[in-house]
Design a protein around this ligand. Structure first.
Ligand code: CTP
Length: 412
């Protein structure tokens, strides 16, 4: 049996699909293993699976109601296969019968399990379980090949005595081996283990008086997506966040909330000396009022400060820290441009002492502030060719950025 890499299942979201085969009883143990390792498990059962193991057992072990149908019979509530598919960090089908394998291979979305499979972007693991002749049938072999080609990881069935009392290949692999395969997958993705990452995110607000400020439309979504993706890869993240609506963060992310550019610089400076990677995703206000009024300025009283506000320059956080970087650190900036995106990006890359700059243009539809998507290019200081990406979710853009910036060795 394979040995599990330890600790990599903690905090993961796992969808466990159970289909109608004798091996379904082993899925109870699989849920226990996942939950004991700290994962959250959502079980989906096909209608036939309920003949083999009770949904009560599975919901008790997973701590969540089991989903079988598109709608709850009790409340009429719709179970969103799209939300479930997107929630999953891993999608495991164990046991997978010949019928479900065939449906998955051909996109036959006639139940909640296959529909969620078609909606997921997570890695999919399939643990077949069936009689030896079904297992060896050219049709099953063809369907498994299709699933492999579609990116699924097939956890090969073992040989031994089968429910039919025949002996041969077709026994579902043991739950420990399935859990270990999923854990190894997460371990392999932990490419940032031991790295300290500093990320700035969101806007800054620069106070005019107790009720007014100068700010911008940044939502912080891109910076938070980067922080979560780095944490998923095993990094220890300090996220210095300007004022944004709170987003969920993963356990490896420490959020330091600040309001103004100067507060952001102080917090970023504290985390910077230790950081292996610093990503400046914040939309920092370039100027702040020279004077902050201690009482609310009145509209009817010109001269109190609202009719003309004298502004002074804020510190440039990326450039300040870029000027005192130590060898071995990777520094990445962002440039959100409305015109001449590439030229402006190239200039900022040099001026701020960065290794790479992520350029997005407000001229591209779906890119920039507040959207859930982004379209980026990554330009490098060392002269390697600029990379261009299509329109993607900010979570996928975060993965592209972390895949394509140098990950230095941990500094300690
Ligand atoms: N940045 C920063 N501190 C600032 C301004 C910008 O750290 N005071 C960082 C941003 O987080 C981003 C990069 O610098 O990584 C470029 O930000 P941008 O606002 O595009 O550039 P500016 O230098 O402010 O230039 P301009 O607004 O004139 O385009």
């Amino acid at each position: 049996m394979s040995t599990a890499a330890t600790g990599h299942l903690a905090g993961r979201h796992i969808v466990l699909g159970i289909t109608g085969g004798i091996a379904a009883y082993k899925s109870a143990m699989l849920v226990r293993l996942f939950v004991k390792a700290g994962a959250e498990v959502q079980v989906i059962m096909t209608p036939n699976a309920r003949e083999f193991i009770s949904p009560v057992t599975m919901s008790t072990l997973s701590g969540k109601p089991v989903i079988t149908e598109f709608f709850s019979a009790n409340t009429g509530e719709w179970h969103s296969h799209v939300d479930l598919g997107l929630w999953a960090d891993a999608f495991v089908v164990a046991p997978a019968t010949a019928c479900t394998i065939a449906k998955m291979a051909n996109g036959v979305a006639d139940n909640m399990l296959v529909t969620s499979y078609l909606s997921t972007r997570a890695r999919v693991f399939v643990a077949p379980a069936m009689d030896l002749d079904m297992m060896a049938h050219p049709s099953t072999c063809r369907n498994l090949d299709t699933l492999r080609a579609d990116g699924c990881i097939i956890i090969e069935a073992a040989s031994g005595e089968l429910a039919s009392h025949l002996s041969g290949k077709g026994r579902m692999e043991e739950p420990e081996a399935i859990a270990a395969a999923v854990e190894r997958y997460f371990a392999a993705r932990c490419t940032m283990s031991g790295r300290k990452v500093l990320i700035t995110a969101g806007p800054t607000y620069e106070r005019i008086d107790p009720v007014r400020f100068i700010g911008n439309f940044s939502s912080g979504k891109m910076g938070y997506a980067l922080a979560n993706e780095a944490a998923r890869r095993g990094a220890e993240v300090t996220l210095v966040s300007g004022p944004v609506h709170p987003f969920d963060t993963l356990p490896g992310v420490k959020v330091v909330r600040v309001e103004s550019a100067r507060e952001m610089l102080d917090a970023a400076r504290r985390a910077f000396s230790d950081a292996d990677v610093a990503i400046f995703a914040a939309a920092v206000a370039d100027y702040r009022p020279e004077r902050v009024l201690d009482r609310k300025a009145k509209r009817e009283h010109p001269g109190e400060g609202l009719d003309s506000i004298k502004l002074v320059k804020n510190p440039d956080i990326a450039a300040t820290l870029g000027a005192c970087r130590r060898p071995g650190q990777t520094l990445v900036g962002f440039a959100l441009e409305t015109s001449d995106a590439m030229q402006n990006g190239a200039e900022k890359l040099v001026r701020k002492g960065l290794d790479a700059i992520v350029i997005n243009s407000l001229q591209d539809q779906g890119a920039g502030f507040g959207t859930d998507t982004n379209k980026i290019s990554i330009m490098y200081a060392d002269g390697r060719p600029t990379l261009e990406f299509g329109l993607k979710s900010k979570a996928d853009v975060a993965a592209d950025i972390l895949d394509n910036i140098p990950t230095p060795l941990p500094s300690r």
